[in-house]
Design a protein around this ligand. Sequence first.
Ligand code: GCW
Length: 604
Amino acid sequence: MHYNWLAKLPPLPEDFSQLDSPHALAAWELSQFFSEKGYHLELIPEMGDRFQIHNNIISGGETGLLYGAYAAIRGLLSGAPIPEESAPCYSLRMINCWDNMDGTVERGYAGRSLFFEGDQFAYDPARLRHLGRMMASVGLNVLCINNVNVHEPAQGLLGELLPDLSALADLFRPFGVRLMVSVDFSLPLRADLSTADPLDAAVQDWWSRVAALVYREVPDLAGFLVKADSEGRPGPFTYGRSHAEGANLLARALKPFGGVLVWRCFVYNCKQDWRDTSIDRPKAAYETYQPLDGQFDDNVILQVKNGPFDFQVREPLSPLLLSLEKTPLALELQLAQEYTGQQIDLYAMAPMWQEIFEDLPTNRIQAIAAVSNLGRDENYFGHPLAAANFFGFGLLAWNPKADPTDMLSQWIRLTYDFTPQQAETLLQSMLRSRRIYERYTAPLGLGWMITPHSHYGPNPSGYEYDAWGTYHRANHLAVGIDRTAAGTGYLSQYPEALQARYQDPATCPELLLLFFHRLPYDYVMQDGRTLIQRIYDDHFLGAQEAAELEKALRALPFPEPDRLVILARAAKQTANAANWRDVINTFFYRLSGIPDQKDRKIYE
Ligand code: GCW
């Protein structure tokens, strides 16, 4: 038994032959709950994902009926209001799995792949149906099953593995979930073409033929996802072509079948010389893609990570998301807690998403994606409470203005039978968790003081003399990078209002201070503390709060097996936080020579 927000629903039937459409599934789900005073379903195909609920009639498109059914059930079980009508903000609400066919998951913290093992498809259909149900219950509708770093034999997904892909698509179809695959830009070379040049006629023809084959097997494939010219992946730069030329090549092959081409914008120089201060990694995506605005075909979607670096605890919004006018955009979030505690440390993401959408008008993007935090662990998420991030992401993708408190309390009520007071304790713990993690890790927007490669635990200079463009440049006097016009000029990529907000250290939000500015340790913060004192204080406080969090979790009556897992992870988090505190404080004390005003223990 594993608890998540579907814990109070009856198990899905083993024989799924009757539940062959979202409409049929919606009827079955409702019949489990509302046998007496049932809902009637009224299929109105053109309503698509939308639904209305009036006088016990749910009307909607094929998938709208399913979303309406789950909204009614969630309302019944959690007390959340059941909407009279509802439509998703984005039509593509995607989960991107970074699963490899050998069974490993890149940046996966919940066990091995749910889809693959031993270089083949290998899955438990019941487990995947439960995944489909989890997705549908919160309105998610696209699942990209393989890593954007495409490793053999995943290249075969568009070839010899198509029958397996087709079987998997069949499995997810009743849940309204369409598959997507990550594709290697150099795939034509594998088929013995001499080039993958996007302007080469033979290459274009080859991709068109491949798309036709793929769509014959999986007619509703959502499309392809591509990581190109990024961290060693092949791409159009090899042929001196732009990313518009590269993306359009694939988009044109997909076009006749209604597929979209999702092209990631995670492009930067990962072979930088740390001595070279003329390059500033956060500038890279904007510099690559902004000049191409208007050159992409209409079924290309550019997928942009929320921040200009890479899913750090705190980053400003990527300026690329605010600057493209003519190109559809997808926001990419990361549910996998790569830099944020690896599903050991508690880290509820909803408050962070709320901040993102404070700066990002919802209509600037056309789609939303999140890197999966799923795996083969019994509870799918490693940490039972990490399920709330997957659940919340679905609600966010449906309505980016969804309130973090509402999302999390709905999740808690669906998952555990707690008293209102216990539920409140858990809610507050979750709501605080991100700021707590932020306090004990790299200070004030700096990021990257994490152990290289594994990305868990502190190592303040682990990425400092490396090639990844991730520098804090701390010395005995100052820390941070000046990204204003006087420095790297990154700030000029923003609209004026944001430039004004970040420009001056005196008014820049303090949690981003060292992202935008280089400041001396005796710089005086808004509340009168010095920068160095603020760093010490945050780290002492963060570690103390992590210990308090553990205490609060210990007092809650989580059912087994959740309790065991949650408490074991909370203990690890407390130790991790203490380690971060000591390493970061010692690092800055040794550099600055400035003692803690409160005379707490900092190591020499
Ligand atoms: O942060 C980096 C991760 C890589 C990942 C990459 C990306 C899939 O460390 O593991 O590769 O981001 O987003 O492409």
